[in-house]
Design a protein around this ligand. Structure first.
Ligand SMILES: [Zn+2]
Length: 722
């Protein structure tokens, strides 16, 4: 750990203790990863003010993604503070004497178990459950007291008299509201050092973020009104999916600035950032051909005129949001619509009032056939490939239990052994199922069927190394959470995350919105709860979302206007394409543009619609992915996934026997089978490594430093390997 400088000594070492080195307990250091040690250093330096001196209290927010070991890092810091102090006095060796850990009631015992697990009996931890009488224990002999938030709220006077040296708040978004009783009670304890732990620091809005920062460092972000004006308003405005480009740009700029300002107080690492220690992960987005039935129903639903919003108040018709939900279900499988459309209830009536004759396109009974869903057909092909060529296990995630039901039936008929966790499985039995899945061989348990809602809470499914997302959520953070179930510390195998989209449909629109939002959330991990989605859609926007674009294998790639032609080339290659070209006027016009844009603007119409250009910039991060157009047989097989290659190759073969066309015909979805994989976006490990290295190097200003040299060497080695 760092040593105190002169200023620190002047303020904190009035009695002239000897300055000594402070170390992480060897018991813990032995098992910790470098990123965790880094985290301990960050927390220690923050709460002891070794990084920078604070006027009042000192604290930090540890916002690492779930699964990276926030608890272990915290225990290591608590242990240091209880046993050591950088100013040594023979009679008082510790920095603090008592630590208060506040967490949700369900986690109280867990903290005690974790202390026991890592430190054995070295640390005296007292756990106060619901029935504990705080009065009788608060002055007792313990070093760490773990309580739930309610206890602190109800007995704040008692707690403040017990003089704690460090406060740890787990799941700290509990204190997001400055006016809540919990926040006020915690504030009244006047504890000098504070650590906040959370996996998602900004859940709903930036006011909460402000409250959290203000809680650990009062006044750090200035007064609330100014913060609102400078950050909250512009950033929130730029997060709306239909906002003008300049708002989006301003939001990007401000969220980066805010990130920079709060960096000394906040540490956030994603699983991706520590990836170099995990096996590689491949993100693969599969754009699949809809089934003929899906195509028929989608065409009927999408061609309806929009109901005017004012009309809605008087007529019992569907809102735009309800229509979106119907389409989302349809993208999963037509069966999901049967009850809604032909049901006798209120919804059924409203659907009939809105879509009229289009009702007849939806079958009256569930077909339960895999070939009626493009995504399930594609999934099935991949499952067969995985089963045949590997001994990998698989997790299948869906938002809809009925989709899981359909797949479950398929598993039964294919004799694929499976387990299932959905909302009906009690939390108590969940961990047993998790354990069974992770420990059994793939021949005994091949598949885990998981409902997205049940899968969010700390679930570990590391036994699998392939995961399929069957539908995507408007909130990228939620999808991300589900994907994190398999790629986490301890995973030994290379991981493949497949996201299945139905080409040309709402799936693509959601994906595009996720990507344009991710720009912001990367910068400040904004995760928006999209409950007010309907209000966010302007009429024009809604029309766009509901449009069915089945004349192209991938409308997302069309929007990018990428010059790769779907041949699977990487950003580097795109850059090379431009190198010899002299810039044109239009290039200068787009100085901040990204590779690919200039060329595209040259080849396409001279005057591209401004809106399209802007959307393209919002999707710019997709240039880090490779794009493969598999709707043309000659593009087959270029990915890093042997299973996908195997499927694509087989698809291509069966197609070339089916038709002997010259391949230049315009795309037609109806000429392809249900579930044919038309397009693939894949993020490869090569890009990932480069990104990480770039970050590392940029920290170093001095080019001659040994660290930079070592990194350059490492980079060269990696390039060799790949
Ligand atoms: Zn491309």
């Amino acid at each position: 750990m760092n040593r105190p400088d002169a200023k620190h000594q002047e303020r904190f070492n009035l009695r002239g203790g000897e300055v000594v080195d402070v170390h992480i307990n060897p018991l813990l250091a032995r098992v910790m990863r470098p990123d965790q040690i880094e985290g301990v250093r960050f927390l220690y330096n923050s709460v002891t003010q070794l990084r920078s001196l604070m006027p009042e209290s000192a604290g930090a927010i540890l916002a690492d993604e779930m699964g990276l070991g926030k608890t272990l890092q915290t225990i290591a810091v608590v242990d240091i503070l209880l046993r050591q102090c950088c100013y040594f006095f023979p009679k008082r060796r510790s920095t603090v004497e008592k630590v208060l850990i506040v967490c949700p009631a369900t986690l109280v015992r867990n903290w005690k178990l974790e202390f026991k697990k890592w430190l054995g009996d070295e640390c005296r931890v007292l756990c106060a459950d619901e029935n504990t009488d705080i009065k009788s224990v608060i002055y007792g002999k313990y070093e760490v007291l773990v309580v739930n938030y309610e206890k602190v709220r109800n007995h704040s006077t008692l707690f403040s008299s017990a003089k704690f040296g460090l406060l740890v708040c787990d799941e700290a978004h509990q204190i997001k509201n400055a006016d809540s009783q919990i926040t006020q009670a915690l504030d009244s304890l006047r504890i000098e050092r504070k650590i906040l732990l959370t996996g998602t620091p900004i859940q709903n809005n930036l006011t909460e973020f402000y409250t959290m920062i203000n809680f650990i460092a009062r006044g750090y972000l200035g007064d609330k009104a100014k913060f609102r004006k400078d950050f909250e308003v512009p950033i929130t405005r730029g997060r709306k999916p239909n906002c003008p480009f300049r708002h989006w740009q301003m939001a990007e700029e401000r969220s980066r600035l805010l990130q920079k300002i709060t960096a000394p107080l906040l540490l956030r690492r994603t699983a991706e950032a520590v990836n170099r220690r995990l096996p590689p992960k491949h993100d693969i987005v599969l754009f699949c051909n809809p089934s003929p039935l899906q195509h028929k129903i989608y065409t009927a639903l999408a061609s309806l005129e929009l109901v005017n919003f004012e009309q809605l108040a008087t007529e019992p018709k569907l809102t735009g949001l309800e229509r979106i939900l119907l389409l989302q279900k349809l993208c999963s499988a037509p069966d999901l619509l049967v009850d809604d459309v032909h049901g006798k209830g209120k919804t059924g009536k409203r659907i009939k009032a809105t879509i009229g004759a289009a009702c007849d396109t939806v079958p009256r009974v569930k077909t339960r056939r895999s070939q009626d869903s493009g995504k399930i057909s594609a999934l099935l092909k991949l499952l067969v490939g995985i089963r045949r060529k590997t001994d990998d296990k698989v997790v299948l995630v869906s938002n809809f239990t009925m989709t899981l039901d359909i797949i479950q039936e398929i598993c039964e008929s294919m004799r694929y052994p499976f387990l299932r966790i959905d909302g009906n499985v009690k939390p108590k039995t969940r961990s047993g199922i998790e354990h069974e899945f992770n420990t059994s061989a793939s021949k005994d348990c091949f598949i885990m069927l998981l409902s997205a809602k049940a899968g969010g809470q700390g679930m570990n499914l590391m036994g699998a190394n392939r995961l399929f997302m069957l539908d995507c959520d408007w909130n990228p953070a939620r999808d991300h959470q589900a994907m994190g179930r398999i790629h986490r510390t301890g995973q030994k195998k290379e991981c493949f995350i497949y996201r299945l989209m139905l080409s040309g449909t709402l799936d693509e629109k959601i994906f595009q919105r996720q990507i344009s939002k991710m720009g912001l959330s990367d910068a400040l991990m904004l995760t928006q709860e999209d409950s007010n989605l309907a209000e966010d859609f302007a009429e024009e926007e809604l029309r766009d979302v509901l449009r069915y674009q089945n004349d192209t294998p991938c409308s997302t790639h069309d929007i990018l206007q990428c010059p790769c032609g779907g041949k699977g080339i990487l950003l580097d290659d795109v850059n090379r394409l431009f190198q010899d070209r002299t810039p044109t006027e239009e290039d200068e016009d787009e100085q901040d543009s990204l590779p690919g844009f200039m060329m595209a603007s040259q080849v396409t119409e001279a005057n591209i619609n401004r809106k399209v250009k802007e959307t393209r910039k919002k999707l710019a991060s997709l240039f880090d992915w490779t794009h493969h157009n598999f709707s043309k047989a000659e593009n087959a097989v270029l990915t890093q996934d042997e299973i996908l290659n195997y499927i694509i190759e087989r698809d291509a073969q069966s197609e070339s026997t089916a038709n002997n066309g010259d391949g230049d015909e315009p795309f037609s979805s109806s000429s392809k089978p249900s579930g044919a994989i038309l397009y693939v976006f894949a993020k490869q490990r090569r890009m990932l490594y480069k990104e990480n290295l770039k970050e590392d190097i940029s920290i170093e200003d001095d080019d001659e430093s040994p660290k930079t040299k070592a990194l350059m060497r490492k980079k060269a080695e990696m390039n060799d390997v790949i």
